[in-house]
Ligand binder design. Sequence first.
Ligand SMILES: Cc1ncc(COP(=O)(O)O)c(C=O)c1O
Length: 412
Amino acid sequence: MSAPIHHTFGPHVDRRYLGSTLALSYLPWRYVRGKASYELKEALRTTFNAEPTLFASGRQGLLALLKALDVRPGHEIIVQGYTCVVVPNAIHAAGAVPVYADIDRETLNLTKESVEACLTPRTKAVICQHTFGIPAPVRELRELCTKHGIALIEDMAHVIADNRGSEGIGMHGDYLLLSFGRDKAISGIEGGAILSRNPETSRKLKEMERTALRRTWWEVARLLEYPTRMHSIVRPLSGTILFKPALWIMNRLGLIAPVLTIAEKQGAMSPLLWKMPNVCAALALREFKRLATINDRRRTLTDFFLRFGEEHDWPILKGITPGLALQKFPLFVHDAEKKRQLLKKENIHLDDGWTGCVICPVTCNLNNAGYQWGSDPEAEKASEQILSLPTHPTMTMAQALKLAKKIDALFL
Ligand SMILES: Cc1ncc(COP(=O)(O)O)c(C=O)c1O
C-alpha cells in the first residue's frame, strides 16, 4: 500500500521532526520546565514586535486574552462563520456572546461589510481568522476597529507569516493568536501563544500565564509519543483493514489525545489555564526557526495546485494567489463528501474536520455554539462544497501530482 495522502496523520512528522522528538525525549528533566519557553517567547517577541505569553493551546490563549480584555456577560465578539468550535467555546467561557459574520466565499474570510453589519455598542472585539492561510482584509478591519474603538484579534492558527508573501498577516492586530497544535502552521504537538501590543493587557496576560497550571510529567511524556505513533502505526496501517481497529484501540487506551474532547464538541470549555510544556516549546522553537523553509514547502505545493488547477479549469478561489503558504488548498466541488469517500478507498484521506459545517467539526452542537442556521449563507454554502488538498511539510510533490490527477478525473 502506498503512503497515505492525508491532512491529519502527523502532517509535520518527518524524519527531522522524529529526530528532534527523540533527542528531546532523552532529557526527561526538561519535559515540564526549562529554558525553551523563554527562548520561544524571545523569538516571538523579536519577530512580531509584541509581548508573548504561552499557554497549552491556542484556545486557552484566546480565553486568557478575552479575560484580560475584561470581557463580561453582554459583550459581543465578532467571529466568522466557518470557524473551529473552540473559538466560540472560548468566547462563551469568557462570558461573552459570539456574533457570527458571514464570509467572502472567495477568501473564506470575514469582510469589512459583514463585520460592519454585526457591530453594536456591545461589540468588544473582532477575531479575524486567516482561514487556511488565505489573508483576511486585515488593513480594512484595522481601520474599522480603530474607528469603533474595539480590539482586533488576528487568529493565526492556520498561518504564521514569514517575510515573504504574507500580505500583512500579523502586522495589524492589537493581538495575535498562534497555535502550535499538531496540525497547525508549525507544531509543538501542543501549545499556543498570544502576542499583545497593549502593555496593560500584556501585564494581565503575564499574570495568567504565571498562575497557569503545569501538566504532569507523565502527561507530557505521553504527548511526546505522538510523532512516533503517527509515523510508525497510523500511517503504515492506513489503507489496511487494521487501520480502524488500531485507531479505536489507541483512542480507547488514550494513546492519542483527541484534538477536541466530547465536551468541547458540545460547546463547553474548562476555565482552567495550563502552561505550555517546556518540551513542546522546544519543538515549536525548532520549527519556528525553520519557518521560512516550512512555508516554502507550503508555497511550492500551493503554487503547484494553483497552476495545475488553472491549466485544468478547476474552480479556484480568487483569494488564492501565487506565493501563499497555505495550510491547505481549498476547492469548491459538487458532492464533496462523495468525492472524499471515493478517494478514501485509494488511501487518500481528505477529511480534515472542516467539511459540511459552519462551526467545525460537523459533529459539534450548533445551538450550543450560538449559531442560527441560515444566518451566514455564504459560509454555509462554502462549507458544504469544500474539498481541501494537503499542503503540509510531509506531503511530497509526487503525492501532489497523483492527487491533482485524481481530483481532475473526479471533475470529469
Ligand atoms: C481557526 C482556529 N483558531 C484557533 C484554534 C485553536 O487552536 P488550538 O488547537 O491550539 O487550541 C483553532 C484550532 O483548533 C483554529 O482552527
